[in-house]
Design a protein around this ligand. Sequence first.
Ligand code: AP5
Length: 233
Amino acid sequence: MSEAASTSGKVLGPVIFLGAPGAGKGTQSKKFVEMYGVPQISTGDILREHVSAGTALGRQAKEIMDRGELVSDKIVCMMVETRLSQPDCDRGFILDGFPRTLEQAKWLDGVLAAKTYEGKSLAPVVVDFEVSYNQLFKRLTGRRSCPTCGRIYNVYFQPPRVPETCDIDCSKLVTRKDDSEEAISVRLKSYEEQTRPLVEYYRQQGRLHVINGEESSEAVTKQALAALEADRR
Ligand code: AP5
């Protein structure tokens, strides 16, 4: 039986994909969306949509994101609250890039404690993708994505069939502005200072699954799947 067939229809509940920039959270989220039929909630994607649409929030966030710094907890929590209130989150969801500070994690605890799935309250499953600094750097400088379908590529590890062109819809691939070497250094530093403490936070809650994010994308999916299924048994 395929992974998608064996997981379809199950209540997944809340899942948090934790990891440094470039750890593979977005790549893996897209696979799990297909397998479980639940939405990926990427705070980075939502912010980038605001930037593209030129909203007041997007104008406020743009320079902060381009520098590689974190947007304020208040703005990000407000965005997540709005997204979680939509009905497609009822069977579960994958949080990609949220929470990223202790304040965000504590806020989320409060929200999840009040939310029920088929009458039951479910604690989140937290999967932490561990990847070394050098590998993260190479993954981020080599990342390209499709502006039309969102598929993520990597010129070193997961190249498109035709250079700079999406395999699915032939769009010209784009490089994120914050994938410059300067912004990557700031992002990795803010991960170490503000987000890494969440690993300990969720370990103490007994919610944490640490996996080796440095393996092939397929091997990482297997590890993450095993973590989710173990927790939901
Ligand atoms: P966001 O968009 O969340 O960026 P990020 O956390 O920096 O994470 P990335 O999207 O860069 O990496 P990823 O782990 O998803 O890796 P991917 O799968 O793409 O945030 C952007 C900005 O928004 C932040 O800097 C901040 O300003 C703001 N923001 C967002 N959320 C916020 C929050 N909660 N609070 C405050 N501010 C917030 O993979 C990377 C590359 O590696 C790809 O090319 C991929 O093809 C390749 N790859 C993936 N897996 C593998 C593998 N196993 N082997 C080889 N290559 C691989």
